[in-house]
Design a protein around this ligand. Structure first.
Ligand SMILES: NC(=O)C1=CN([C@@H]2O[C@H](COP(=O)(O)OP(=O)(O)OC[C@H]3O[C@@H](n4cnc5c(N)ncnc54)[C@H](OP(=O)(O)O)[C@@H]3O)[C@@H](O)[C@H]2O)C=CC1
Ligand SMILES: O=C([O-])CC(=O)C(=O)O
Length: 252
C-alpha cells in the first residue's frame, strides 16, 4: 500500500484523508497545529507543524493540497528527499524560472512532479498541443461570488488575460488554467467571471488546432468546506493515487 505525506490539512486534505482506501496517510503537515492534529486523528496519521520533522516520517510520496506558496517553499526539499510530489496548486509552476529549476531538481533526483487534472477534464489529450501547438487555448471560468470571496450584483468579468498573470491575482481559484497550459505547451488565455446566478464552479475550455476543435464544459460542485475548490479536484488526486502502481495506464 502506498504511504503518503499530506501537505495541507484543509478541505482537499480532509477529503483525501477520509476517502483513503487504497493508500495510507502516514503523516500530515499544516501551518496550524489544530488542523494537523484534527486531520491526523481522522486517518490515524502523525500530525506535524514542523516540516523537517514531517519529512523524517516514512512515506514515498507527498500530496500537496495547500497553496501556491507551499509548493514554492517545500517542493524542492520534497524532491531532494527522494520522494515524488503531487502538486494540486500547480499555479506555482507558472513562474518559468521556478518551474525549470524544480524540474531540474526532479530530474537530478530521479523523481516526478505530478500535476493532476484537478477540477477540469482532459489534460491527458490536451498534451497533443506539445506535438501540434493549438492556435487557440482559452479557459473561461465562472464562479459564484462565495467561491471568489467577493460580492457581485451581476455577472462580471473580473480578469481577462494570460494564465500566468491570472494566477498571481487569484492563486486559490485558477490553478487549472496553469495546468491546462502546462499540458498543452503554451500559456492559456483566461477569462474569469463572477456570477451571482451561478451555483457551480464552471470551467469552459476552448481549443483549436490542426486536429479540429474542442469545447469542454465542466460544471463542478463546490467543496462543502471551501467553495473556491471544486469537489472534483480531490477526487482527481484520489484517482491518481489509486492508479499509481497499476500496470494498465489509460489516457495519453
Ligand atoms: N489544480 C486544480 O485543479 C485545483 C487546485 N486547487 C488548489 O489546491 C489547494 C488546496 O485546496 P483546498 O484544500 O480547498 O484549500 P484549503 O485552503 O481548504 O486548505 C489548504 C490548507 O493548507 C494550509 N497551507 C497553506 N499554505 C501552507 C503552507 N505554506 N504550509 C503549510 N500549510 C499551508 C492552509 O492553511 P491556511 O488556511 O492557514 O492558509 C490550509 O489549512 C489550493 O491551493 C487550491 O487553490 C483547488 C482546486 C482545484
Ligand atoms: O476548483 C476549481 O474549480 C478550480 C480552482 O479552484 C483552481 O484551479 O485553483
Amino acid at each position: 500500500m502506498i504511504k503518503i505525506g499530506l501537505l495541507g490539512c484543509g478541505n482537499v486534505g480532509h477529503i483525501i484523508a477520509t476517502h483513503a482506501e487504497s493508500i495510507r496517510v502516514a503523516a500530515v503537515f499544516d501551518i496550524l497545529p489544530g488542523r494537523a492534529e484534527e486531520l491526523a486523528a481522522l486517518c490515524h496519521a502523525r500530525p506535524y507543524t514542523d516540516f523537517d520533522a514531517f519529512m523524517r516520517e516514512d512515506f514515498s510520496i507527498v500530496v500537496e493540497a495547500a497553496s501556491v506558496d507551499a509548493v514554492r517553499i517545500y517542493g524542492e526539499a520534497v524532491l531532494r528527499s527522494g520522494r515524488d510530489i503531487i502538486v494540486l496548486s500547480g499555479g506555482a509552476l507558472a513562474d518559468d524560472e521556478f518551474r525549470e529549476h524544480l524540474v531540474e531538481v526532479a530530474r537530478e533526483a530521479g523523481k516526478k512532479i505530478r500535476i493532476p487534472s484537478g477540477a477540469i477534464i482532459g489534460l491527458d489529450n490536451l498534451k497533443i498541443g506539445q506535438v501540434s501547438p493549438p492556435s487557440r487555448l482559452l479557459l473561461r471560468t465562472t464562479k459564484p461570488p462565495a467561491s471568489l470571496g467577493m460580492t457581485a450584483e451581476a455577472r462580471t468579468e473580473i480578469f481577462k488575460g494570460l494564465a500566468h498573470d491570472c494566477i498571481k491575482q487569484y492563486p486559490k481559484n485558477i490553478n487549472v488554467a496553469v495546468a491546462l497550459g502546462l499540458a498543452a505547451g503554451r500559456d492559456a488565455d483566461v477569462e474569469l467571471w463572477v456570477d451571482p446566478a451561478a451555483e457551480r464552479n464552471i470551467h469552459e475550455i476552448f481549443v483549436e488546432g490542426d486536429f479540429g476543435d474542442i469545447y469542454v464544459r465542466v460544471r463542478n460542485v463546490p467543496s462543502p468546506d471551501n467553495p473556491a475548490t471544486s469537489y472534483m479536484a480531490a477526487l482527481s488526486i484520489l484517482t491518481l493515487l489509486k492508479n499509481l502502481e497499476n500496470p494498465l495506464v489509460v489516457g495519453t
